[in-house]
Design a protein around this ligand. Structure first.
Ligand code: DC
Length: 225
């Protein structure tokens, strides 16, 4: 079974997807981390980020794994490195390139083969797993998302202003929304969940309720046939 969680940066997707997967005992795929891992691997090998055929080849040849909350590339823990500003910037041309997205789609489908997964990103419900049993587009207002991210940055000891966070976020939203292939958008059959004012626990409870409703519906349909 597959649950997709898509939506803009700062909507709380990662923590919701991770917690939901833990609660269900399912695997968790963080596709943003996968794009970041490919960008890091390209930089390390001296591959030009805009050389999309080579980056696509690289995306299919490296082994990306999620293990105990860590992201591994060919067995090496890159969890911290892929979250740096340098890699965030390097990921943009990688995620924009259609050949790379095509390669990632194959890798992501292979990863989910035969197992139950919660997969998180921008295009999981719309492009990669159109057959997913439950698709959720998780979002929140720009101000709420920026406030959450700003709080996280302050907790991490960084000193960005709320205005700067809001501006960077709006640039990322634009890039994600206007990407010619794999643009961030809710699948036609996705449930759009607006999380303004909801606690992380309330978001998880809502997701579990949606899943249970889906299962009941599937049970009824199966019973009818
Ligand atoms: O969610 P994140 O910030 O870790 O994502 C990193 C980058 O990858 C960001 O530029 C959006 C992009 N991305 C994408 O294009 N498609 C996905 N399925 C996931 C992430």
């Amino acid at each position: 079974m597959i649950i997709t969680l898509d939506g803009p940066a700062g909507a709380g997707k990662s923590s919701a997807a991770r917690a939901l997967a833990r609660r269900l005992g399912w695997c968790y795929i963080d596709t943003g981390a996968m794009y970041r891992a490919v960008a890091l691997a390209a930089l390390e090998r001296g591959i030009t980020l805009e050389d999309s055929p080579r980056v696509a080849e690289l995306a299919e040849s490296i082994r990306i794994e999620f293990s105990n909350g860590a992201v591994l590339v060919d067995g090496r823990d890159v969890s911290t490195e892929i979250r740096t500003e340098r890699i965030t910037l390097a990921t943009r041309p990688v995620a924009d390139a259609p050949p790379v997205r095509d390669a990632m789609k194959k890798v992501q489908r292979r990863m989910a083969e035969g197992i139950d997964v919660v997969t998180e990103g921008r295009d999981q419900g719309s492009v990669v797993f159109p057959q997913a049993e439950l698709k959720v587009f998780l979002t929140a207002s720009a101000e709420e998302r920026a406030r959450r991210r700003h709080r996280e940055e302050i907790d991490r000891g960084q000193s960005a202003t709320l205005e700067a966070v809001l501006e960077a976020q709006s640039r990322r939203d634009d890039a994600d929304r206007t990407r010619p292939v794999g643009a961030m958008l809710p699948a036609d059959d996705a449930v759009v969940l607006e999380t303004d004012g909801m606690s992380p626990e309330q978001v998880i409870d809502r997701l579990v309720a949606l899943l249970e409703a889906r299962r009941r519906m599937a049970g009824r349909t199966a019973g009818q046939s």
